[in-house]
Design a protein around this ligand. Sequence first.
Ligand code: CDP
Length: 254
Amino acid sequence: MIKMDSKNLLYEGKAKSVFQGENPDEVIIDFRDDMTAGDGAIKENMGQKGYINSVICAKIFETLESEGVETQLIELCKPCVMKAKKLDMIPIEVIVRNIATGSIIRKFPFEDKAPFNPPLIQMDFKDDEFHDPMLNDAISIALGIASKEDLDTLRELALKVNEVMNKMFKDIGIILVDFKIEFGKDNDGNIILGDEISPDSCRLWDAETLDMLDKELFRQGKDDEVIDDDEVIDAYEEVFNRLLTEEDKEKWGI
Ligand code: CDP
């Protein structure tokens, strides 16, 4: 039996809670409906988000595994609840960009929507207090959060993840604009993809209309109040519906 109570709580993040699993090397991740923006300054409950994101994440992680990228996923026990390998997380947000938008065009003179070829890899220090500043290798090594070898592995894995996800999304009429991933180390020191991949952590555009199908809708809705919460969840559901096969739905009891 999986117990998700405060006694077993290991870590509570902005959108997920992590509990000790039955086995010491395992955790249970609860995908909650909380939606945050601005380093957690804005927080809201977004119905069905945990359900949708956990399933999208499991589908992406399974596909990555089948393409040789090791992930934290052991199994999606049921929507919202994922059994995963316990990892010692590296506090680096690895961002992969295929198209220039968002913070990169605010910070540097890249043309809006210009493609990056090869994809651009950026690493940010995961720390809300410091507002996730951009890293370079020297700073990461000096902070003691990763070795040169680790950083090379992160870049290599990030490019592979991008390659697999680009194809997955292209096949369902979605452009993978950019995304953020996080890695951790297992007991043997292997670097493994952890955290989540979902519309919370990716920019996804409909290939025909270029409509946004991701968390950017929530961020913009908070800024200009034109987009309401239903539209945000509808967009996440659209990704969910395009990505999942009937077989997936049967397997996860959806
Ligand atoms: O969203 P914003 O313009 O502030 O940041 P960005 O650096 O352009 O974000 C690049 C990608 O990483 C987007 O897909 C974001 O959703 C994702 N990201 C994330 O998931 N979590 C963060 N803390 C920062 C970025």
